[in-house]
Design a protein around this ligand. Structure first.
Ligand SMILES: Nc1ncnc2c1ncn2[C@@H]1O[C@H](COP(=O)(O)OP(=O)(O)O)[C@@H](O)[C@H]1O
Ligand SMILES: [Mg+2]
Length: 1077
């Protein structure tokens, strides 16, 4: 027997079964209000670690015991918080994957909660409620990637709640069916994106979405398809179709599924003919948008800050839950803001209304998401207070018809009254007329014979079923493209088959295409596929953008099974070859979105920094690099989309992702924290901006909004002020160069040409600098002043100059001669950045910049600074409209000769400019006190030095008066009398100078060795998975090591030689000195 039923519009069901407590119930419905166990049930489920978390070696901060879920603060392990929920599901570990890919507990004592377990607890409760005539709702809430879709629809063998509930429903229908009882199931599926509703069962996307109307008994979606189903297979096909439509829409319309809410509605009706009784239940299964973008705390300020609250529906859901929770605990709540968003309007019954509702919050176990997880758990905690009022929806079938007729008569009379009274309430009349039309349609529907409707639905199903069969057959015979989406739920939903002969790809406009794609960057005629002799050749038309395995193709290219094909900028496909090329061991799921994106990133963005591919990221990868790589591959496709939109809207803006500090180091040579940034380049003015990742993702949402508006209305909203593509220009960090200070510790002058390196490790310019130790009067010290032991400088005064003399090959100015550059640097933690004067329009220029520094008493700390630090020369790019930078001398102390004083203990004190004057004053007085103390200490030191000096002078006097003694040797050299010294150059002094000279030569030669060593450490093989690459790499490395060894040998040899010569000469002199004349 068939169980098809009438395809009634959704309004009818709202009419019958969805009413809020404050609605006037005009129909003769018998309702049993059940208050027992009506509070909203809350479950929490923690998923396994994902690739990003594993690569970052995240720790687990979640533990579960019974109904308690405890979260640890990773920054303070003493700080833990325990939440109690109705159900706590541990799905993080202790599981195995069986042959069908189903995750199951790995033993009798495993804590792992499988999909089936969740269904047995939550899904069966929903079914029981549905059979009893209650409405039931399940929400899945959590950040993107937390497992919402895994719970709701599931993946592969790990079926989710929707298919399991529906399958069990049809099984039970089969058992219960009888002459008396007939059961009808209707399925509808829609998505809410940007406050617009789209029917997922319809291939046609409605511009600006379907209308949400308010009927007398609640809100409903106008013209939403509600398809009758008689068996599970049929319903499963509808679910697949819905997901396919959603997938096509995300690619064609450049939307992001993580920002949309998917609602599946199953209307279940039971008709008991001999009792003239009907029971209804609305089952809503809601896969909510990712919750992560709702928090704005910590985000950088932007003139488009409101864009952060972009998901109005999700924000309103939070507000509704808060208000209901407050109400439940007895706080005064004026109203519940259901009406503020589409989602809360449509699901108002599920929250505090006529529904048995369960909320499942999905969380990650990883420490890196502590804040996000904590806010999710708090959200769940609030939700559990909510009290619903579920009622059994029962009605008398015959009575319904009579009520509808009566209703229409009443409505007509009301319109007639309004017209007679000349009342001007046009709106009200319109509403009443609309209600009459709806009622009449329902009457007509109800009066149609059951048989007739069954027949209609059967025909529709047969058509669809034959399509499914045809697709299965084509999959078995033909090669095809399989879509890959950022959202794993939508991957593999769309297939484009490649028939024998020619297959064309493009947007339909004008010419008919075999494969019609509407995604960003797809041209009217984009490419041609030729299938011949079991080979498929792809050829782009007119340089249309196609990438195969991450590499752009310009001419004919023969496809290989499992090639990754990117068409336009964001249509990702996996090529599945002819059946004979396929293999049971093909890991199709391996080629997910991450794989595509990492392939792109490896080729386009990460350059020589090799991190691996897709799931096979290198195991021992630095966690920081792993994090940045994952973020980078996530942003790459977004940037490609933004570029395409910019091009289509003629905005003249190019976006380029970059990793800030990918190869840069700080003043100690240690890696700086890496961060993703996006360069925004104006193609016309060549002006450049740098946006942090957050700013880019927010702006991207606004850009998408404008693009959608453009697609739907053909215009761009008028926006000069509101242009999200652009901001005011700023100065840019181009690169930095390191000048190591160690030579100063030996009083050796240093001159070099250093490379300013950008974030990617590429040269931006060459800067010639000098570091000159000098006398107090500012004259450079001669070689004689070189010292062997830097500790000799302790307590002494030291003066030195930093000079910048030349800057060559500035790429920034080579790119556009209207630009300028400025060089800045910091010294010994001084509170100010020193800037050389700006230079414009010249890519190669001389410079005459000198900054003098002085330290009155060299401290151990200063010496260690010199030995371990570099001055980092920052190269800043200037462009028209931005201000040059100036040194803030107000923040540093100057000595009488104009040198900058280094030894007042400013170190680390002036790191930020004080905010308010009160704070500022107290800080200043504190500093004053410290300076006073310092002066006292210095005075003490001075006194003791003076007395020491007097003592030493006396000792010297005494020694002078002694007859000269050849045995007196200090510092390895004989002491000469003052008279001797005045007559001839002291050999002691000249030996030191010679030692220093030898050391200096050695030091300079070691700079090259050090650079080679660093290079050797950093270089990685291009592809560690390939033996050939590894072999080549090993050869190259061996050669480098050999060269390095030779260089090292020669440096050390030279030093040995030099020292041997000095010692030899010294010995000769000693002999001369002791031998009689
Ligand atoms: N309980 C779980 N067990 C195993 N894998 C899971 C589980 N929950 C989520 N995943 C995996 O995590 C990934 C993201 O899950 P998904 O449901 O798509 O997230 P969301 O819908 O919240 O964005 C998927 O690859 C999915 O297979
Ligand atoms: Mg999802």
């Amino acid at each position: 027997m068939n169980y098809f039923t009438v395809q009634l519009p959704l309004l009818f069901f709202h009419l019958c079964c969805v009413f809020k407590s404050n609605c006037k119930i005009s129909l003769n419905l018998r309702s049993f209000i059940m208050f027992n166990g009506n509070s909203l049930k809350v479950a929490v489920r923690v998923r396994p670690f994902n690739q990003r978390e594993k690569a970052m070696r995240s720790k687990c901060i979640i533990s579960m015991a019974g109904n308690n879920c405890t979260i640890l603060d990773p920054k303070d392990l003493q700080n833990k918080r325990t939440f109690t929920f109705d159900y706590c599901y541990w799905s993080t570990d202790e599981y195995i994957e069986n042959d069908q890919g189903v995750f199951l507990p790995n033993g009798p004592h495993s804590r792992y909660i499988s999909q089936e377990h969740v269904f047995n607890e939550l899904g069966r409760a929903v079914l029981e409620n549905a059979w009893n005539g209650y409405n039931a709702t399940i929400f899945s809430y959590g950040q993107t990637g937390s497992g919402k879709s895994y719970l709701m629809t599931g993946y592969g063998g790990n079926k989710g709640l929707v298919p399991m509930i529906c399958e069990a429903l049809f099984q039970e229908i089969k058992q219960r069916q009888s002459k008396d009882g007939q059961f009808y199931v209707y399925f509808s599926m829609f998505e809410i994106y940007n406050e617009q509703v789209q029917d997922l069962l319809s291939k046609v996307r409605k511009p600006n979405g379907l209308r949400v109307r308010e009927g007398r008994h609640g809100f409903y979606v106008e013209c939403l398809k509600s398809v009758p189903c008689s068996n599970f297979k049929q319903l499963e096909a509808l679910l697949d179709q819905g997901i396919r439509n959603r997938s096509v829409a995300t690619t064609n319309w450049n939307t992001t599924s993580s920002r949309s809410h998917m609602v599946i509605n199953i209307h279940f009706q039971q008709v008991f003919a001999n009792q003239f009784m009907t029971k209804h239940s609305e089952i809503n299964l809601v896969d909510l948008a990712g919750s992560e973008r709702q928090r704005s705390a910590g985000a950088a300020p932007d003139r488009f800050n409101e864009a952060r609250a972009i998901n109005l529906s999700l924000t309103t859901l939070g507000n509704v839950i808060s208000s209901l929770s407050d109400k439940a605990v007895g706080k005064r709540v004026q109203y519940i803001p259901y009406r503020n968003s589409i989602l809360t309007r449509l699901l108002s019954t599920a929250l505090g209304g006529n529904s048995k509702t369960i909320m499942v919050t999905m969380i990650s176990p990883a420490d890196i998401y502590y804040d996000e997880t904590m806010s999710t758990l708090r959200f769940a905690e609030r939700a559990k207070n909510i009290q619903n009022r579920a009622v059994i929806n029962e009605s008398l079938t015959e009575q319904l018809l009579m009520d509808l007729k009566e209703d229409n008569t009443g409505l007509r009379a009301r319109i007639a009254d309004l017209e007679k009274a000349g009342d001007v309430h046009i709106d009200e009349q319109e509403v009443l007329k609309k209600l009459i039309v709806d009622n009449e349609r329902q009457l007509k529907d109800m009066q149609k014979s059951w048989q007739q409707k069954l027949e209609e639905a059967r025909r529709e199903w047969e058509q669809q079923y034959s399509c499914i069969l045809k697709e299965e057959q084509m999959m078995a015979e033909l090669p095809y493209f399989l879509n890959v989406n950022e959202d794993p739920q939508l991957s593999g939903a769309v297939k484009h088959f490649i028939h024998h002969g020619i297959t064309t790809i493009g947007r339909t406009a004008g010419l008919q295409q075999d494969i019609v794609l509407k995604g960003l960057g797809i041209l009217d005629q984009h490419a041609v596929l030729t299938s011949h002799d079991h080979k498929v050749v792809l050829e782009p038309i007119n340089k249309a953008r196609i990438l195969i395995n991450g590499v752009p193709v310009l001419t004919k290219h023969q496809l290989q099974h499992l090639d990754r094909v990117i068409i336009g900028s964001c249509s990702f496909y996996l090529y599945v070859g002819f059946p004979h090329e396929r293999n049971d061991r093909d890991k199709i799921h391996k080629y997910n979105y991450e794989f595509f994106a990492s392939e792109l990133a490896s080729i386009e963005g990460f350059g020589k920094v090799n991190v691996g591919m897709g799931e096979e990221l290198k195991e021992n990868l630095d966690p920081d690099l792993a994090r940045i790589f994952h973020d980078f591959i996530a942003i790459m496709p977004m940037v490609a989309q933004a570029n395409q939109i910019s091009e289509e809207l003629n905005k003249g803006v190019i976006f380029e992702p970059e990793v800030k500090n990918l190869t840069s180091t700080d003043a100690k040579g240690e890696g700086l924290e890496k961060e993703i940034i996006v360069k925004v380049i104006n193609k016309v003015t060549k002006q450049v901006e740098i946006w942090p990742l957050d700013k880019f993702t927010d702006r991207k949402l606004l850009i998408e909004g404008i693009y959608q508006h453009f697609l739907e209305n053909g215009t761009i909203p008028n926006m000069v002020e509101q242009d999200p593509f652009w901001d005011s220009v700023e100065i840019l960090h181009l690169g930095s160069a390191h000048v190591w200070l160690e030579t100063l510790a030996y009083c050796i002058a240093y001159e070099d040409q250093v490379e300013a390196i950008n974030y990617r490790g590429k040269e931006e310019a060459i800067i010639q600098i000098r570091l000159l130790p000098c006398s107090p009067s500012g004259n450079p010290l001669r070689e004689e002043s070189v010292i062997v032991d830097p500790d000799d400088l302790l307590g002494k005064r030291m003066d030195f100059q930093m000079q910048i003399t030349l800057c060559l090959g500035v790429k920034w100015i080579q790119g556009n001669s209207s630009r300028g550059v400025q060089i800045g640097f910091m010294m010994y933690g001084l509170p100010a950045m020193f800037y050389a004067p700006a230079v414009w329009n010249n890519a190669n220029f001389e410079m005459d910049y000198t900054m003098c520094f002085m330290i009155q008493h060299v401290t151990a700390d200063f010496l260690s600074y010199l030995k371990t630090h570099a001055v980092v020369l920052e190269l800043w790019g200037l462009q028209e409209g931005c201000q040059e930078m100036e040194t803030e001398f107000a923040h540093v102390a100057l000595a009488g000769n104009g040198s900058v004083l280094l030894d007042l203990c400013y170190k680390n004190q002036w790191t930020s400019v004080p905010q308010d004057s009160e704070k500022c004053r107290s800080k200043l007085s504190e500093q004053l006190k410290m300076l006073e103390e310092e002066i006292e200490n210095l005075k003490d030191a001075n006194r003791s030095l003076k007395s020491e000096n007097i003592k030493m002078q006396r000792e010297l006097e005494r020694l002078r008066n002694l007859p000269s003694s050849p045995g007196l040797v200090t510092n390895g050299g004989p002491m000469k009398s003052a008279n001797d010294r005045s007559n001839q150059k002291s050999p002691f002094l000249s030996w030191d100078a010679e030692f220093a000279k030898a050391l200096k030569t050695f030091y300079f030669s070691m700079i090259g060795v050090r650079a080679r060593l660093i290079h050797l450490k950093e270089v990685r093989p291009l592809d560690e998975g390939r033996i050939l690459c590894l072999r080549y790499f090993a050869n190259e490395r061996n050669q480098l090591i050999e060269e390095l060894g030779e260089e090292l040998e020669s440096c050390v040899g030279k030093l040995k030689n030099d020292i041997a010569k000095i010692i030899k000469r010294k010995k000769e002199l000693q002999i001369d000195a002791v031998s009689p004349p």
